[in-house]
Design a binder for this molecule. Sequence first.
Ligand code: V47
Length: 340
Amino acid sequence: MEKELQLYDLDLFSLGERANEIRTQKYGKKTYFNINRHINPSNICKDVCKFCAFSAHRKNPNPYTLSIEECVNIAKNAYSKGAKEVHIVSAHNPHVGYDYYMNIVKEIKKELPDIHIKAFTAAEVNFLSSLSGKSYEEVLDDMIEAGVDSMPGGGAEIFDEGVRAKICKGKVSSENWLKIHELWHKRGKKSNATMLFGHIENRAHRIDHMLRIKRLQDKTGGFNAFIPLVYQRKNNYLNVDKFLTGVEILKTIAISRILLENVPHIKAYWVTTTLNLSLVAQNYGADDIDGTIEKESINSAAGAASANGLKLDELIHLIKDSGFIPVERDSLYNEIKVYK
Ligand code: V47
């Protein structure tokens, strides 16, 4: 751990060089994105994560729960405009019942058998397990039967138990987050892994987080992408008065590329990294900047400029202009179209 931590002592350019070498070896100048649509079915949550501005509470006093029909219509509309993936993440709403979650997936799959459904973080799996009394295994099997194709990487936050107790007490434990992904991978399915950074954690916590992902990946090989999420500061209860510099963000992305050579992709999620910095991050190990999204509610509630997604033309043009080759991918990173 000490050795890995010392990577932060290197200057940004040396780190970037090492990370870029790995990125270039794997993908050359290609940068991946997809045409996707986020659906956040409800913002009513039984959990109280201090960093969250999305859940309905004093600072976001507009509770909502979409009907299953509304979710299906959103998916149909996105599909008609070219979306290949819906990314479904909800708050942990204890009032709608287990079947509500599964039926959203079932109904979307029934209407749109070709769309890839990336749904339910390990935090939701943990919530659905305690809501229903079912084991993690049973919930995951139900998800597969309903039509979930892959799992998003949310809910990981930061694995260090001390920090976790301060920022999201009561949410899925780090051990169980990892266990749920391991069970998912054992079913032959893929998922992503996130890390929320730039709040009260320190560099050692980030390294510890990455190494826990690396160890599980060595065992299962089931992670497609690692996504370092930059903490957004608005409208929440986490009082942070020191924020990350662009250099620290780029260093963290570069270190993740270096340490996680066994994870295929590093995603500089433009929503939290900002668009400009994610374009720069292409030179610091990142080979993916997520997608068009269309509507984003979780991070934009906390200040990110992502509420209305990003236009496809703009995304392509920005990647090209920064010297990289935009590649539209599907959710499992098969190439759909290379924009030369
Ligand atoms: O788990 C919540 C994070 C995540 C804040 O798998 C915040 O492809 C920053 O996981 N500042 C949900 N982040 C989003 C997510 C995700 C996004 C894009 C792609 C994928 C993928 C996954 O958003 C939550 C939490 O860690 N989050 N509040 C905040 N204030």
